[in-house]
Ligand binder design. Sequence first.
Ligand code: TRP
Length: 334
Amino acid sequence: MEEKKTLFSAVQPSGILTIGNYLGALKNFKKLQSDYNSIFALADLHTLTVKQETGALKKNTYELLALYLACGLNPEESVIFAQSHVSAHAELAWILNTITYPGELSRMTQFKDKSQKHADNINMGLMDYPVLMASDILLYQTDLVPIGADQKQHLELSRDLAIRFNNRFGETFKVPDGYFAKNCARVMSLSEPERKMSKSDPNLNSFISMDDDIDTIIRKFKRAVTDSDNRIVYSEDKKGISNLLTIYCAFTDKTIEEAEKEFDGQLYGAFKLKVGEAVAEKIEPIRLEKNRLLANKDYLDDVLSSGAIRAERIAYRTLNKVYKKVGLVPKKRV
Ligand code: TRP
């Protein structure tokens, strides 16, 4: 039998996740986990690049872990762990820093965006973010990295650094490829459908959080912005209706044509209710399971510690090779 390829991905525990994050990441993780040697990290060190309220990071880390599990990630099958528990991530990032040029980092779109958004806290970590991400990926000799379009530039840097290191010090890292889910839904705001759905939108009606209960979901969809034309069809000039159709199809695995036919001649109100119900039907069991898991911290801690042990085994194999290649004196074990 052919050996399985290695897949690595991570999400930052930075608070609320929306149905956009679910469709873009978590839903696919579940589908992919048995086809690959899958490794899913909680990128908690990355989250420190933005100021955190006291206690928030810890809470959000458990929340994200519980959400991973509630979405169907299996800790016996996949390696699931917190980035900060495997110190090789920070160690390899240091080595990679020595072959990274400041210009490569300062021109990153996300760095420029975040520098604007967090103008009072432009720190070196914010700039170095993509190098830590490269370290995450390269430590596991990763073949595939499922990512959204916003992380493409960062993956490109990971590839460049792997190739650069291999050229300078000899074959060490596998050069990873991006994995872009086919027809992955791009979910837009419910109140301003020309903008991407975002958890940081001050208008809470504009996004569906993975923590919203059934009533909240239905209410938010009822308020979703549409138009005055009363035809349920996908079209460039009907951004609101098109977004609702996209969401409906992503949650029901139907095609746009099927959905258009299903809702042909119906009123917007009835359609919005159907979309809300389809989303709630998928999200509600996840929310309940997540809350059930959160009540059992001991179990979550066990998942993290066994995940870290499995991750360390792989990560240190790579790090030891790297230390040797760059010429550091090997540490004598006594
Ligand atoms: N930067 C990614 C995001 O915000 C999260 C992340 C950290 C990641 N390390 C990674 C994703 C490694 C893929 C691979 O979405």
